[in-house]
Design a protein around this ligand. Sequence first.
Ligand code: NDP
Ligand code: MG
Length: 387
Amino acid sequence: MSKKKVNIFGTTGSIGQSTLQVFRGYKDEYDFIAFSAHDNVDQLIKDCLEFKPQYANIGHEKHFSTLKNALYDTGIILSYGRDALLDLACTKVDWSMSAIVGFSGVEVSLLCAEHSKILALANKEALVCAGKLLLSICKTYNTKLIPVDSEHSAIFQCLAGERRKDLKSITLTASGGPFRNWSLKRMHSATLEEALKHPNWSMGTRITIDSASMFNKSLELIEAMHLFELEFSDVEVIIHPQSIVHSMVNFKDGSTMAQLSLPDMKGPIGYALNYPKRLNIDIENVDFTKIGSLEFYMPDKEKFRSLEIVEQVGRNLDLGVIFNAAKEIALDRFISGEIAFLDMADLVEKTLAESSLINKIAKTPQKISDILEINELTRVIAEKIKF
Ligand code: NDP
Ligand code: MG
């Protein structure tokens, strides 16, 4: 049997590294085609030496000579920069992991959807910013889209073998992040360091802060609407501090199905790789007697305003690209110390209210060039909002 061809974009990130862990031990069964990183050239070199992909791309030109010097005798075809990255995403493969963080991963995800038989999608921004386009590409090219985000993987697993029309609604669980028990007053002075202390999950910097503000859950709500063809009112968000129940599907007959596992992204990644089979992954099953109790309650939308603001996007999915771009700029400005933690929600709300952006959205059908343009326009506006 010929080996399956695999691409891993965002190899050096948190999801990229968990993906390599899933492949470790089965390396001989796959042909690794393309790996990519942006800045972390040392990790990319290590991964290339271990997995020997055919191609490797580094984002920044300044790291290219380091990459070449380290890998000159390996036969790996090396490149740098965005154009070469997009070319690699056009390689025909069996399975692609799209795990570049943020809007930078959107175009890569769309190209993977066109050129891979299976798209394992971690880059949730692709669905938020270009959900309609991504799903139509998957349909045209008969690509199987398997979500990697743990909540969406849970829903996908709960729906296996079910009739879509029997689904009534879904319940997305959220850990509540490090500020779950903080007062609103205390959150005003939340620091970057405090926002980075996620209680349950180990993830990249940006998604960790998005979890603290619950912007991550807002993105996931939109992600779920696209993936499972749901209305905004069909998706509920609840806090579940233990992060054991990854999400739930509520059926018409009063049954609710949930997927439970310890919080470890190797689970959803392995499911996306082995689907529809379940092969060995090195994760313990949940020991219920050790956990003792699982809690669930409603989020406080005064503290986590993103959950309220996202309703505008839920009612008009075309606003997703504006919401995401504003959120990315808000995050940059919080990380740089320019704005406070709670200002991020204000910035997104003010950006969404910009009538020039709304007009632009209203007249443009979803093409990648439109999405890129609206993303750029939004960033310029969001950068200028004063506090
Ligand atoms: P990380 O920040 O850990 O990794 C991001 C990856 O993308 C790295 O390989 C990074 O390269 C690369 N990258 C960053 N910027 C660019 C750019 N401009 N162009 C090309 N490549 C770039 O992120 P995560 O792994 O945490 O998240 C990846 C995606 O998966 C996100 O969309 C996130 O929302 C989603 N996700 C993550 C989960 C998690 O547990 N981490 C859970 C569910 C979803 P370098 O390392 O060189 O900087
Ligand atoms: Mg998630």
